[in-house]
Each structure stands twice: as structure tokens, then as C-alpha cells.
Ligand binder design. Structure first.
Ligand SMILES: [Fe+2]
Length: 241
């Protein structure tokens, strides 16, 4: 079954649970959304001080976004705003966390998995790997890449685009007093994590920092607005069931 409609959900009100699977011991998680058939899920993850993991791969495409703190991956220090797209089968270099960090981790195809390896799987799509600090190394662009018309005051950073499915992930920032005054729906699922700030949606109310939704296809939504400002991590996913 695809993931159910979850909206609104505020993860800051929930407690962390301890991971008990190889490669994740020493980290905690909160489930934001879960496909109970495939195990695909979006998680908030806290890697505690001293967390270490050898190089390894998972059997799902994985997106990682650093919310707070730092994690060292190989020779790179990934700080707040760092985004990784790790295709299934790509061996991520060893991870090391000195002082703790919080991440959004999205396993798009199947349940979280880890197999120690310093070599990519033969079928891994190496060209699909992305590692970039979205805060410091990418510009905002105005307008929208997904809707034919939007009100002024919306800014995006496209983090990932899948040319086969047209699924995409972006940072989405509404400026103060932004208002999009229409109702819409679409044929793909969308999810959003509020990194900072709050937004208001006519059907679902106010969603603050730490707010999250998973919205299946064809759910009416809008109008929506932002009183002060909001920055959201925003994947749009094509459901292939
Ligand atoms: Fe939408």
C-alpha cells in the first residue's frame, strides 16, 4: 500500500526511538511516513556523538538532508543544509559524527538497509550521486518549476530531478506574507518537512518548524500562505504502483 495521507504532523512533539538494525546502532529515529508493504519511508534521524559507520550501501535510493550539526562522510564535512542523493547500490564512504547531528533520511524504494562495502554494486547508477551544501553552494531561483503559475515571493532550489520518473526534490521558501490563493491537486504524491518557519493551509491549518506532511495524489490543497517566512524540504514523488 502506498503511504497514507499524513497532514498535519509535527515531529517535534514525538520521542526518538533507537535503531536496532546493522549500520544504524548509535542513531535514533522518528518515522515521518511509511509504506508498510515496501518499507519505503521518510525518517528524522539523530546520529549521536561518537556515531561511526564503515563504508557501505543500501538497496534503496536514499536522500539525506542535514538539519543540524555535522557528519563527516569520507573526507567531506556535511554541515547544515547539506543534501545527498545516494542511488541504490552506491557505497557511501565511512560516516563519523563528533558532536551529534540531525538528518532527514528518505528511503524512497524499500526499508532502511546497510551492507558494509567499499565498492559500488555493479548495477548502481553512479551518475546519479549528488552531494552539495544547498545553503551555501546553490542559488535561489524565483517562481516555480512545478506549477504553471504561482504568486510572487516563492523561491526554490532544485536538489534532485529524476529524468525517468520526473520525481524531484527541492528547497521551497515562501517569503513573508506569501499567499497562493487557489485550490489544486495533482497526480503525484508530495511531502514536505518544515526546516524553519510556519505555513498555513486552508484544509489543514498551521504547520510550524518540524511540521511534516505526506500528501497522496489527488488530495485537494490550497489556498496556502506564510505569515513570516518558511523554508521547506519538498520532495514530489511519482507513485509507480
Ligand atoms: Fe501540491
Amino acid at each position: 500500500m502506498t503511504r497514507p495521507h499524513i497532514e498535519p504532523f509535527i515531529e517535534l512533539n514525538e520521542d526518538y526511538k533507537k535503531f536496532k538494525i546493522p549500520g544504524f546502532i548509535g542513531a535514533d529515529y522518528k518515522t515521518l511516513s511509511l509504506d508498510t508493504d515496501k518499507g519505503a519511508c521518510s525518517l528524522k534521524v539523530r546520529m549521536n556523538a561518537g556515531f561511526k559507520r564503515p563504508p557501505g550501501l543500501s538497496y534503496s535510493d536514499l536522500e539525506i538532508f542535514v538539519l543540524t550539526g555535522e557528519v563527516k562522510i569520507g573526507g567531506d564535512t556535511c554541515a547544515e543544509g547539506h543534501y545527498l542523493f545516494v542511488p541504490a547500490g552506491i557505497a557511501l564512504e565511512a560516516m563519523e559524527v563528533a558532536d551529534g547531528c540531525e538528518l532527514i533520511m528518505m528511503y524512497n524504494d524499500s526499508e532502511p538497509s546497510f551492507e558494509e562495502s567499499d565498492a559500488n554494486h555493479d548495477l548502481a547508477l553512479k551518475e546519479g550521486f549528488i552531494s552539495v551544501n544547498s545553503y551555501t553552494d546553490m542559488p535561489w531561483q524565483g517562481g516555480s518549476i512545478v506549477s504553471p503559475s504561482v504568486a510572487t515571493g516563492l523561491f526554490l532550489k532544485l536538489l534532485h530531478f529524476d529524468p525517468l520518473t520526473e520525481a524531484m526534490t527541492f528547497l521551497y521558501c515562501m517569503s513573508p506574507q506569501y499567499m497562493q490563493d487557489n485550490i489544486s491537486y495533482h497526480d503525484c504524491a508530495e511531502e514536505s518537512y518544515h526546516i524553519w518557519g510556519s505555513s498555513w493551509m486552508m484544509q489543514f491549518g498551521e504547520l510550524p518548524t518540524g511540521g511534516y506532511f505526506w500528501r497522496p495524489p489527488y488530495i485537494n490543497h490550497g489556498s496556502f500562505r506564510s505569515k513570516i517566512i518558511v523554508c521547506m524540504l519538498f520532495p514530489l514523488l511519482v507513485i509507480e504502483d
